[in-house]
Design a binder for this molecule. Sequence first.
Ligand SMILES: Nc1nc2c(c(=O)[nH]1)N[C@H]1C(S)=C(S)[C@@H](COP(=O)(O)OP(=O)(O)OC[C@H]3O[C@@H](n4cnc5c(=O)[nH]c(N)nc54)[C@H](O)[C@@H]3O)O[C@H]1N2
Ligand SMILES: Nc1nc2c(c(=O)[nH]1)N[C@H]1C(S)=C(S)[C@@H](COP(=O)(O)OP(=O)(O)OC[C@H]3O[C@@H](n4cnc5c(=O)[nH]c(N)nc54)[C@H](O)[C@@H]3O)O[C@H]1N2
Ligand code: SF4
Ligand SMILES: [Mo]
Length: 680
Amino acid sequence: MREVRHSVCALDCPDACAVLVTVEDGRATQLRGDPRHPVTRGFLCAKVARYLDREYHPERLLHPLRRTGRKGEGKFARISWDEALDEIASRLQDIAAEWGPEAILPYSYGGSMGYLQGSGMDRRFFHRLGASRLDRTICSAAGGAALTQSLGLRVGTEPERFRDARLILAWGANVMGTNVHLWPFIVEARRQGARFYTIDPRRNRTGELADRHYFIHPGSDAALAFGLLHVIFAEGLEDHDYLARHTTGLDKLRERVRAYPPERVEALTGIPREEVAALAREYATTRPAVIRLNYGVQRSERGGLSVRAISLLPAVTGSWRDTGGGLQLTTSGAFRINRDALERPDLQMTALGRPARLINMCELGSALTRRDDPPVKALVVYCSNPAAVAPDQGAVRRGLAREDLFTVALEQFQSDTADFADYVLPATTFLEHTDAYFAYGHYYLQMARPALAPPGEAKSNVEVFRLLARKMGFDEPCFAESEEDMIRGLLASGHPFLEGITFERLARERSVRLNISPPGEPFRPFADGGFATASGKCDLNVPDYAPPEESRLGDRALRQRFPLELISPKSDHSMNSTFGNRPEVDRETSRLEISPEDAAARGIADGEAVRVFNDRGACLLTAAVNGRVRRGVVCAPAVRQPRRAPGRSNVNALVTERLTDLGGGPTFYSCLVEVERVGD
Ligand SMILES: Nc1nc2c(c(=O)[nH]1)N[C@H]1C(S)=C(S)[C@@H](COP(=O)(O)OP(=O)(O)OC[C@H]3O[C@@H](n4cnc5c(=O)[nH]c(N)nc54)[C@H](O)[C@@H]3O)O[C@H]1N2
Ligand SMILES: Nc1nc2c(c(=O)[nH]1)N[C@H]1C(S)=C(S)[C@@H](COP(=O)(O)OP(=O)(O)OC[C@H]3O[C@@H](n4cnc5c(=O)[nH]c(N)nc54)[C@H](O)[C@@H]3O)O[C@H]1N2
Ligand code: SF4
Ligand SMILES: [Mo]
């Protein structure tokens, strides 16, 4: 029997594609994009078009496992679900009794963008237990905090409206690699004469397709934004009326950017002064002009200020007024679901009588090796692979190797983190469970039911935490809720954006546009002001810029020893460490792009093995002298699976735990290193 079922891609990607699965005799034979979805429009990215190889991969985890070898050795024996859940529940109870429940730490991030699997039953469970809370900062915290300060709300221009723009800036945004469903709208705009520019320390695939690429020094975007504003104000190109009515702090901003003439901006960013001035004029005088800002800019020490400064541009030029103007960093703030009903933070009061302590996920290495208030004695990991993706990998792995740390991993595959676990529990994929999905690159809320049966004994996160709750004796009704109950609960927020969006409607239509504007009308979030800040205005009062400590203009002693700025943006064919088992992804993520000058100065030729190092650690990569980066910058597409790498480490062995200026985010791209040829 042949049937076509509907699903939604759950990977951590702005696009949240609607998917059609062809199923023949219970087995999926084809995945394609659902042509009815207005943004993702019938195609999938190359990595997920081949997702069935992951779905049916011989290495899928099928049964619960208990560790038999040493920590990290990756040796396990099969056990039953009942044994696994009994043993895990009793260990967690013992640890809570001896050390207090805050000695238990959940660790999860982007494995699933589904509300239920990624932030549903799991949250209820840990809140009821009184476990430490995880501050989920590893991706977007700095940008999110900055946007909230500027605009009050994390929303922006609709992707569909990029077709109306006449100037598009992809600012730290690799559209072709990480947000490919925006591309057709950019193509449409270009057909109408729009120009498309990229601003990035690396000329990535998107940069190669741009009309112009600006190589910018890592972490210097705020200086560029200040420079653009300097020219705009100096030449009177601002929108006086919009500024007067909808912003606050204008005088302070004028004063601030007066100190950023193009000459100074050139010194700070590496972009020639004439180009800074020309870009400012073109941006301010082209209507509509839109900025696709992505999260690349905010992974530096100055990441918060970068987003803060860039997000002021459309207010200063009045570009928010235009259909096809404005800026998009994310759309996620429009999904105003009932989070309290979904996650039940109130259950912490039952457990502790107060909110539990908060541990920043970017500081996992310290949390596992240094904290003693109480120490972390148990770690439950799902939807994440911290042994590969978290900063200061050396500390993370030392922590995970602690014999006295009890670790449980819910996983689809034996990951680097699962190698360190005491118990590994087999998890379902998005094709096998029910969930509701937000998006961070469009405004459609979606729902999917299982298209396929789980293989072996794999279970969804919802089911595992439901069962664990029962074993622990948690008898609140929320632990007995079905997936349908949970979805109904999260939809019932009373927010106008969700009005009329019911379970039945989602079941029928699968993808439903939020009520952000009347049907058929574009969403222009700040066309008439309406900022969600305390003052109701766009807040222009920003602090001053200084180069990151770990940068070419930063700490002198450090940059003398480690003169190269390492960035490790997303590889085009992976999804963080997911898909790292594919040989082409392993190859792509084993490269170190280096400029011809820096390679020659070190006697390195294209294709040669190199060691990249700093005081925190080292990793081995292969030099790629391919013209994508300029002198002083090296780039290693991330995130390689350490278990496939020599020395079992990737670039995160080099990355600091130091946090961003806002939001407590990671500083993956403020990282000074030296590179040497590996002798033969
Ligand atoms: N193929 C693929 N797609 C993905 C992912 C993946 O791993 N692979 N990951 C998903 C995830 S988790 C996320 S958060 C999104 C992220 O999506 P993006 O934010 O687009 O991804 P990044 O590659 O992290 O960063 C974007 C660009 O910023 C550049 N950049 C780095 N530092 C700076 C800087 O200081 N200034 C400027 N202007 N640019 C800078 C990088 O070189 C890169 O080209 O993508 C998602 N989609
Ligand atoms: N050097 C460097 N490091 C980075 C980044 C970078 O740009 N450079 N990017 C950072 C960013 S933006 C992010 S978001 C993080 C991402 O870090 P993570 O969120 O840890 O992302 P992945 O490595 O994709 O790991 C997700 C894991 O979840 C599993 N999984 C998927 N679905 C499910 C499910 O339904 N249930 C369970 N139990 N498991 C599931 C997958 O098999 C996979 O192993 O990495 C960060 N690390
Ligand atoms: S990873 Fe992104 S682009 Fe690819 S199918 Fe999933 S949602 Fe679509
Ligand atoms: Mo991310």
